[in-house]
Design a protein around this ligand. Structure first.
Ligand code: ZN
Ligand code: MN
Length: 473
């Protein structure tokens, strides 16, 4: 695209490769996961042996179609594969099977958190090359090993229009894209890899573009882009002219360094792959995939705000992960949604973060969670007790109602009993009482703390507060 069309200070476009979570590879029956012993998940097809023929994995096509629909792309009428020719040890047959002339999807869009719509140029399917292993690091190894386990894994390539205007926008784009991939269940965040090539240029240079290859993770993408923008500005300010080039990101040093001057797509000598017949993408195929589409995060956010009266921020956090959103909706059928949102968003997410666990990794029975929140909603247990119980519940499932009864955790709601504890606290702490009379509010907190200790956290602080104020006068 011509540089003079741009106006913003920074112009960023992303080319993202996301590995799709199919069981088998794109053109053979080898498994995409399992043992990591090098070169064990291979066959003549993914090793590129002469005479071997690729057979297309239908599941990968359905997965990619799902993504195209979620990104509002126009779907191509035909599925056409091409050979992208290049010589490199990661590609034994010297070409990668990809899509070039007609991508599966084009002219789509994805909405950022800010509401800005970013154009998607194209979405296409291609195979992953093998992995090159440098035994003593990229810089020092005198030889390289090749592991073909990854060779032929199904990838979706997503190319954005050059419309991102800052490194943080690029990061948010990746975050929104991962949310979509997660909702569609076509990407497994625990085993699949997502990488981005980042094109970036600045106004001051007349938009001379650098491409940073293979940046992994959305925080890294923001970091690499921030560095590259600053580097380009510095070069221009020092009077140097930039050249169009490909650069590598070094996450350890936090810098980009030159790799090669950029080749253009035409140099790859694309030809249609004669081993793969052109397949018509029929309306039936598309509507079958459409029927299987889940409600996406964007529409959930809207629903939570409108129907459940949640704050937008709460709705965004709850819908970021499909599992959490599903859990919230189940809980909200029986508990006040605002209360449910508050507890899931604050307490559940807090405990998960603290224990460094993902929702998918724990054995959480929503029935137990609903029982717990019902006790909170009906004020039968205090918030403090509820918080303790959530921590326990995420370690192992148990019957919450029974436990509260057996352990005597019910909230002290008997006014007389509460007053007794408050009176004790007042008698035992004359100094704090005196300070409170002088207007020192901290000593009220201290007294409330004393009562909470006496009741083992089973009193409602607000009620204790009121009683203490009355007692002290
Ligand atoms: Zn294979
Ligand atoms: Mn590619």
């Amino acid at each position: 695209m011509a540089g003079e069309k741009f106006t913003s200070d920074v112009v960023i476009g992303l080319e993202i490769h996301a590995e799709m979570a199919t069981q088998s590879k794109l053109f053979c029956g080898c498994s995409t996961h399992g043992t990591d012993e090098p070169n064990t998940r291979t066959c003549e097809v993914c090793l590129g042996m002469p005479g071997s023929k690729p057979v297309l994995n239908r599941k990968a096509v359905d997965f990619a179609l799902k993504l195209c629909l979620a990104l509002n792309c126009r779907i191509a009428p035909q599925l056409v594969f091409s050979r992208k020719s290049y010589f490199y040890p990661d590609m034994a047959k010297n070409y990668q099977i990809s899509q070039y002339e007609i991508p599966l999807g084009k002219k789509g869009s994805l909405k950022l958190k800010s509401g800005k719509e970013v154009g998607i140029t194209r979405v296409h399917i291609e195979e992953d090359p093998a992995a090159l292993v440098h035994p003593s690091g990229m810089e020092r190894s005198t030889y390289v090993l090749v592991d073909y386990n990854r060779s032929g894994d199904p990838l979706c390539e997503i190319v954005t229009d050059p419309e991102l205007e800052s490194p943080s926008e690029a990061r948010d784009f990746m975050k929104q894209l991962i949310t979509v991939l997660n909702y569609l269940s076509i990407f497994d965040i625990n085993r699949c890899i997502i990488k981005a090539d980042c094109n970036v240029s600045i106004k001051e240079s007349g938009y001379v573009r650098a491409e940073i290859k293979n940046v992994t993770g959305f925080k890294e993408i923001e970091r690499a882009l921030k560095y590259e923008v600053e580097r380009q500005k510095k070069e221009v300010h020092e009077g140097n002219s930039l050249k169009q080039e490909t650069r590598a990101w070094d996450p350890d040093l936090g810098i980009t360094r030159p790799m090669r001057t950029k080749e253009v797509e035409e140099e790859y000598g694309y030809i249609l792959d004669p081993d793969l017949t052109v397949i018509d993408i029929t309306d039936e195929m598309v509507s079958a995939v459409e029927q299987d589409m889940p409600e996406l995060a964007e529409s959930k956010i809207e629903k939570y705000v409108k129907e459940y009266n949640l704050k937008k921020e709460d709705a965004e956090i709850l819908s970021q992960e499909k599992l959490l959103a599903d859990l919230f909706e189940k809980v909200a059928e029986e508990i006040d949604p605002v209360l449910a949102a508050k507890w899931l968003r604050r307490e559940l997410v807090r405990v998960l973060n603290y224990s460094k666990k993902k929702l998918a990794e724990i054995e959480l029975d929503e029935r137990h969670l609903i029982d717990l929140l019902k006790l909170v909603e009906e004020k039968k247990i205090t918030e403090t007790t509820g918080q303790n119980l959530i921590e326990k519940l995420l370690q192992e499932p148990f019957d919450v109602k029974e436990y509260v009864e057996n352990q005597g955790l019910a909230a002290v709601s008997d006014k007389g009993e509460l007053e007794k504890f408050c009176k004790e606290a007042v008698e035992e702490n004359p100094k704090a009482v005196e300070d409170l009379k002088q207007g020192n509010e901290n000593s009220l907190n201290f007294l409330v703390g004393q009562v909470m200790r006496k009741t083992k956290g089973k009193a409602v602080p607000k009620e204790v507060n009121e009683i203490l104020r009355k007692l002290v006068g």
